[in-house]
Design a protein around this ligand. Structure first.
Ligand code: ADP
Ligand code: ADP
Length: 229
């Protein structure tokens, strides 16, 4: 399960200025769709509609065929893990930041040993321990370290659907590779919508859709799109 569908979606932040002009997309369960296109095309807006920060004005966004307007915000958000460009951390411990929103789910007490090990992998690759204070009054983490904390947070949540919104765009090339590897592991088996502007970061997407000025202008495999450039 976890099929994500946009059916003929229209949306504008202001009524007189449409941003998405009728887009249709399907991300099959467990598959990866990358959305690329120039800055301002409307890519992040697609992500915000999936998370229901805004409602569509025409058409619908559906998960497993169900209109997301018909499910509660809590149940929608439980299904979708977001890795944004910059993970925002609380001025608290790494442990708190990973368990954010789920104080019951202490990372060190996860029953499923395999999952605990996967999460632990991300943390041990941080130079700091779980109880390190981060943020303004604590340790300043690098961009890559912050993304690792964000990825661990999403692993703990274990959502069937992932939204990666320029998750490595702010990182240098070397860190980007490292975080891409972590994201591939995070994404395994999950329905994934990747928003990106660098083709290099989406080579393993099953399908790529190119958004320009609020419309899908091309779609195909990575190889097919490269060949057409
Ligand atoms: P992309 O992610 O492709 O760069 P966005 O979805 O962020 O594009 O933005 C698409 C268009 O919507 C841009 O013209 C942007 O200025 C506009 N936009 C984005 N967010 C808002 C907002 N909160 N209010 C008004 N306009 C917005
Ligand atoms: P949870 O059930 O884990 O509390 P939330 O609905 O609070 O889920 O959100 C999940 C995570 O995604 C949170 O860390 C939230 O800050 C983050 N998030 C959601 N949408 C965005 C976005 N567009 N940009 C940045 N972070 C986002």
């Amino acid at each position: 399960h976890g099929v994500v569908e946009f059916r003929n979606v229209t949306f504008g932040y202001e009524p007189e200025r449409p941003i998405l002009k009728g887009i249709s997309l399907t991300v099959p369960a467990g598959g990866t769709l990358a959305l690329v296109g120039p800055s301002g095309a409307g890519k992040s807006t697609v992500g915000r509609l999936l998370f229901r920060f805004y409602d569509v004005q025409g058409g619908s966004v559906r998960i497993d065929g169900q209109d997301i307007r018909d499910v509660t915000q809590d149940s929608l958000h439980a299904q979708i893990g977001v890795v944004p460009q910059d993970t925002v951390l609380f001025n608290d411990t790494i442990r708190y930041n990973i368990a954010y929103g789920r104080p019951d789910a202490d990372i060190t007490q996860i029953e499923d040993a395999a999952r605990a090990a996967r999460i632990h992998d991300f943390i041990v690759s941080l130079p700091q321990g779980y109880d390190t204070q981060v943020g303004e009054r604590g340790l300043k983490l690098s961009g890559g370290e912050k993304q690792r904390v964000g990825i661990a947070r999403t692993l703990l949540k274990d959502p069937p659907i992932l939204l990666l919104d320029e998750a490595t765009s702010a990182l240098d090339t070397e860190t980007e590779q490292d975080i891409q590897t972590a994201l591939r592991r995070l994404g395994a088996g999950r329905t994934t919508l990747v928003i990106a502007h660098r083709l290099s970061t989406i080579a393993d997407a099953d399908e790529i859709a190119v958004l320009e000025d609020g419309r899908i202008v091309e779609r195909g495999s990575h190889a097919a799109l490269l060949a057409r450039q």
